[in-house]
Ligand binder design. Structure first.
Ligand code: 2NL
Length: 339
């Protein structure tokens, strides 16, 4: 028995020395110490050993097991050290190499333009207010002096959810809601997404953005409107910008006007950018119609106000000299990266 154990141990030593990878060491462990291993087989053979010999033989088996275990652990430690040393040699980090650049995202041209417009109006004491994209017909049309049979309702080619609910075609319903809350005076802008059933082309999209503004107070006149929009145009397009108010018609304002600014490319002398006219149209505006004030719970005898609306995409296209609105919606990273 003793000899058998010694032969076993010798065999294990030999195999441990031959093992060159951790997997082979593990094989040796299983072969000798495993449940179906050589040493276990010896233990199973104990029944053939005389009873008085058993403790001694048992001790020898245990000693052999411990010896093989110790040898295996030692070999494993050595092998790990070699592997680690090899890894350190091959996986050197060259700390002098330039780091990978993180690509940092940035604002969409619409956002840049919106934040610029917000900055200008916040500077004049306006509040930025948002409202729902899905609106009641009542707020989108009725309260803004656009009754069911009004031709402007056709013009706006609205998306209807049902007969009472629409995707808003303008952000004016936000102003109507603020007026209804009854806290006066009001100085606000309402930026947001609007929807019209338009075909997509270089200047149209079924979904675009508007920024509407409104001031309601005692003694607000057309002069206040002109002064305010003049400052806005100068801040947005440069100190030398001049504004021109052309009479126009909107159902919710009276009187109404469209505003042109001198072309910021040629300064007004005429160029390709302004199609030779020297002027560029930027917004619509007017004095809030007394009937609108009334329908929104504001007394037109006591209060008056002005309102205006600009297309955000139009501002972005002009300011950043983009010639096709579709570029603002396609979100091609090669285009967006330029801003
Ligand atoms: C345009 C014209 C405009 C308004 C919007 C407005 C809102 C209320 C009452 C009165 Cl609650 N007016 N908004 C007024 C005049 C013109 O937009 O062409 N926008 C792109």
């Amino acid at each position: 028995m003793k000899e058998k154990l010694q032969t076993l141990k010798g065999e294990a030593v030999k195999q441990i020395q031959e093992a060159d990878i951790p997997e082979k060491l593990n094989d040796v462990r299983i072969r000798f110490l495993g449940k179906k291993g050589e040493l276990t087989a010896v233990l199973k053979g104990m029944k053939d050993v005389a009873a008085e010999e058993r403790p001694k033989v048992g001790q020898m088996v245990n000693e052999t097991r411990e010896a093989i275990e110790a040898l295996l652990d030692e070999a494993k430690k050595k092998m790990d050290a070699v592997i680690r040393a090899e890894k350190l040699k091959t996986e050197v980090i060259d700390v002098t190499l330039p780091a990978d650049r993180n690509s940092i995202g940035h604002r969409h041209p619409n956002t840049i333009a919106l934040e610029e417009v917000e900055r200008i109006f916040i500077g004049m004491g306006y509040e930025v207010v948002e409202g729902p994209d899905v609106e009641y017909d009542l707020y989108n049309f009725e309260k803004l002096n656009i009754p069911a049979d009004h031709p402007a309702k056709d013009e706006q080619d609205t998306f209807y959810i049902n007969k009472d609910i629409v995707l808003r075609t303008q952000t004016s319903p936000v102003q109507a809601r603020v007026m209804e809350q009854g806290k006066l005076p009001i100085r606000m802008i309402a930026p947001g997404r609007v929807f019209r059933s338009d075909e997509v082309d270089a200047t149209h999209s079924p979904s675009f953005h508007q920024i509407e503004g409104m001031v309601i107070d005692k003694n607000i006149s057309f002069a206040d409107l002109k002064g305010t929009l003049e400052i806005f145009a100068k801040e947005l397009f440069g100190e030398d910008t001049k504004t021109k108010f052309r009479p126009h018609h909107f159902p919710f304002t009276e009187p109404s006007a469209e505003v042109d600014v001198t072309c910021f490319k040629c300064g007004g002398s005429g160029c390709r950018f302004c199609k030779g006219t020297g002027w560029i149209e930027i917004l619509g505006c007017g004095m809030v119609h007394p009937h609108v004030l009334e329908m929104c719970g504001v007394d037109p005898e006591e209060y008056s106000g002005f309102a205006f609306g600009v297309g955000l995409e139009r501002i972005a296209l002009l300011k950043y000299e983009i010639d096709d609105m579709r570029l603002l919606f396609e979100n091609d990273i090669r285009f967006l990266k330029q801003f």
